[in-house]
Design a protein around this ligand. Structure first.
Ligand code: CIZ
Ligand code: SF4
Length: 302
């Protein structure tokens, strides 16, 4: 950390001068998590951005998360330190794909995972996260068109025993790397550990785990459960936070290669640059922001 100390001091000084808040997603690199005022999942960070008194929110994550914060905050500057950091899964479904699915299923409600573009959100009835998808699926009476993640959709449909969920074909390339073989190997190595995986994993992986949880759910489970060892099946950035918050417990990555290259594009240099030069401001045109905000607010009302 010593080699970063000058840069860290400059970031702290810029933060103070600009009354800025730095928020970082749970998958961010450790140095970014450590400089952030808050770490969390996309919804926690968007909510926090909406209620802070800061004038500037510097959001370290991928584009759809920064856009979500920009939709929910009013009159604050939202900065993205690296605009090319995107989510390949969010980009797998377009508005035309949604419209096509609606044409074939005119009575269905469109539910979109937060990992979706703003324009897909703007044509959706309601959003959901990995933490509340089951609640939202249970509350909707009509058939559901779910975009973009076929695995989260499959998981939520199976828990809620719904047979009327029409799935898109999106998936997370990072969570796809996690295999059931990894669970077999990890359980042999750490027989007392609790195995928790993310619902973006494939169905064979989710059914072989002890629990299927969002990153927020994993943070709570790590704190509250009696086990001292945890095997973690999600993007490996979360392990830094888990280990930091629970120093007496042990956390093992189910698959060390489950690294999201886009999440790792954020660096201290880019954070410094965005704050210094006020660059990469994110604002969503009103005609797009309004319906997307409605889909997000419908979710928040549950
Ligand atoms: O909603 C989020 O932040 C994502 C993408 C994952 C999670 O489970 O927190
Ligand atoms: Fe998208 Fe997967 Fe990266 Fe999350 S981990 S931002 S779902 S590609």
């Amino acid at each position: 950390m010593a080699e970063n100390s000058g840069l860290l001091d400059e970031i702290k000084e810029l933060k103070r001068k600009r009354n800025a808040l730095i928020v970082a997603h749970n998958y961010q690199p450790p140095v970014v998590q450590d400089i952030a005022d808050f770490c969390g999942d996309s919804l926690e960070l968007a909510r926090l951005s909406a209620k802070t008194d800061a004038d500037v929110i510097l959001f370290c994550g991928v584009d759809f998360m920064v856009e979500m914060a920009a939709i929910l905050v009013d009159g604050k500057t939202v900065l993205n330190p690296e605009p090319s950091a995107t989510c390949p899964m969010a980009n797998m479904v377009t508005v035309d794909d949604v419209k096509e699915m609606q044409k074939e299923n005119p009575n269905a409600r469109v539910v979109c995972y937060v990992n979706s573009t703003v324009d897909v959100k703007s044509v959706s009835h309601i959003c959901c996260t990995s933490g509340n998808a089951i609640k939202i699926f249970s509350a909707i009476k009509e058939p559901i068109i779910f975009v973009p993640d076929k695995f989260l959709g499959t998981y939520a449909a199976s828990v809620t025993k719904r047979k009327d969920v029409i799935l898109a074909n999106g998936f997370c390339p990072t969570h796809m790397l996690i295999k059931t073989k990894d669970i077999e190997v990890a359980r042999k190595k750490h027989p007392h550990a609790f195995v928790m995986v993310h619902p973006e994993c494939t169905p064979d992986v989710t059914s072989a785990a002890d629990a299927v949880l969002s990153t927020g759910g994993m943070v709570r489970a790590a704190k509250e459960r009696a086990e001292k060892e945890f095997i973690v099946g999600t993007e490996t950035g979360l392990l830094h936070r888990l280990q930091k918050e629970n120093p007496r417990k042990r956390f093992y990555a189910l698959n060390k290669n489950a690294v999201c290259p886009n999440m790792k594009k954020i660096t201290l240099e880019k954070i410094h640059n965005a704050l210094l030069n006020n660059c990469h401001k994110v604002s969503i045109p009103a005609d797009m922001a309004k319906p997307a905000r409605e889909a997000l607010e419908r979710m928040l009302s549950y």
